[in-house]
Each structure stands twice: as C-alpha cells, then as structure tokens.
Design a protein around this ligand. Sequence first.
Ligand SMILES: Nc1ncnc2c1ncn2[C@@H]1O[C@H](COP(=O)(O)OP(=O)(O)OP(=O)(O)O)[C@@H](O)[C@H]1O
Ligand SMILES: [Mg+2]
Length: 265
Amino acid sequence: MNAYLKLDRIDKHFDRGGVRAEILKDINLTISEGEFVSIIGHSGCGKSTLLNLIAGLTPVSAGAVLFENREVNEPGPERAVVFQNHSLLPWLTVYENVNLAVSKVFNRTKTKTERHDWVTKNLDLVQMAHAKDKRPSEISGGMKQRVGIARALAMEPKIMLLDEPFGALDALTRAHLQDAVMEIHARLGNTMVMITHDVDEAVLLSDRIVMMTNGPAARIGEVLDVTMPRPRNRIELTSDRTYLKCREAVLKFLYERHRFIEAAE
Ligand SMILES: Nc1ncnc2c1ncn2[C@@H]1O[C@H](COP(=O)(O)OP(=O)(O)OP(=O)(O)O)[C@@H](O)[C@H]1O
Ligand SMILES: [Mg+2]
C-alpha cells in the first residue's frame, strides 16, 4: 500500500497538575491517497485528539505523523479540518469566510477574479451561494456546516479531516450532506478522514472503518474494509449483504467494548 499518510507508533498523553493522562497508545495506521477512512469509537476515547495530531494542531508525545514521507508538526493548507462546531468567523459573511481561506491559499496563484469565481463555485457545490451575504448568526446549523465544508474544500486540501461533521444535524440535512461529500470525494479523489459516532454513516461513506478501543490509552482495536462498489446509494444499500455485514461488525465491536466498560464499573 502506498503510504500517503502514516501514523507511526503514536502515543499521546496530556500532563496537568503533575498528573499524566494517557490518551492514545501505539496508534499505527497507513492511509492511501484517495481513501475515505472513518474513525469510530466511544465518546472520550481520543478521536478528536487523533484528528488534531494529523492536522498538526497538537504535538504527538511519541511516534510520528508522516504525510507524503514528511513529518507533520504544524497545521498546513494541504490538511483542512472541518470542525464539529462549525467554526466560522461570526463577523464575516458566508462569502467572506470562504474567501479568507481562499485568499490565504491562492494569493499568488489566482487573480482576484479567479478567487471570486472559485469562492462562488465552492459555495455552489454545497448549495449555499444564495446565502453568500448572510452572517453565521443568520443561517441554520446545517447551513453553517455546509459553509465549513465549502471553506475546507476551497483550499483544495490533499486531505480533508472531518470531526463529526454532521453530528448536530437533523436526519434529512445529514443525508443530503453525506451524499454531497460522497459526490465531492468521487469527483476530486481527495483523501478523507472522518470521525463519526454513526455506524450507518461510517459504512455508507468509508473504504475502511477504524474502530478504537475505549480510553485511557486507547488503541486501534480493529480495521474493517468496506467493499461495496461506488457510487453507493443509501436506499439500495439497506438490503445489501456486504453493507449489512459491515454494519453488524461495527455494532458488535462497539457493543462488546461498551459491555466491557459496564462490567468494569
Ligand atoms: N488539551 C487537553 N488537555 C487535557 N486533556 C485533554 C485535552 N484534549 C483532550 N483531552 C482529554 O483527552 C480525552 C480524549 O478526548 P477527545 O476529545 O479526543 O475524545 P473524543 O473521542 O473525540 O470524544 P467525543 O466522541 O466525545 O468527541 C478526554 O479524556 C479529554 O478530556
Ligand atoms: Mg471528539
């Protein structure tokens, strides 16, 4: 497998007040270019921490994150993050929020007109061009999330890091955005790493599902290959044998880990 992104023997701990909290232990994972990988695990096990390590927002305690064979130790535009709490700047409009990122990345390589067209194109992609002059406080949670996705996409990142991107959305908006992300992934062929709590979402979108054990010192418990061909249709998949088998495997993993915790309490 071509090691596009490699998590190499990563440990992560936080020290506070002389107490060490072991969060992640011996995380090893290799992701190929264009792969869609989901990370699933119980609340608090360290998923966001892992994504922050890949983003370069948090340093590793041991081991390394390697991207195209270079060590990651700071954020970079080739690794865009979509945060769960749609982190738009409240004083800027929808257009300006996306334009800010575009201006940073394409300052030298695109003219002002090209940058304008590019912002509009990416807002179109998530069907938000109509609200381009609104501020974040004037649009719904789902809309903010779409703008966050447009902003990340507009940077043309080699890797999109998505932290529960659809977590706070109603079922319909969620389905719509999942389909949009699948289409974008198919069209651009970029690499996606997504955290989710939702088993169906993980199976629908992923090429592989990384299942994490409970913390402290969480590890990768299992990695499941999701082999249904693309493009995938959510309705047709409800009776697909491979889909149902994958779903069962993830549910079993989470259920058994959960039981283990309950027994230990
Ligand atoms: N900056 C920090 N300093 C100290 N502890 C932290 C820090 N960031 C995270 N933690 C701790 O690390 C653990 C894992 O947190 P993390 O946010 O990665 O979990 P998660 O799997 O994303 O959970 P959720 O599914 O609820 O989002 C938690 O116990 C949390 O309290
Ligand atoms: Mg989290």
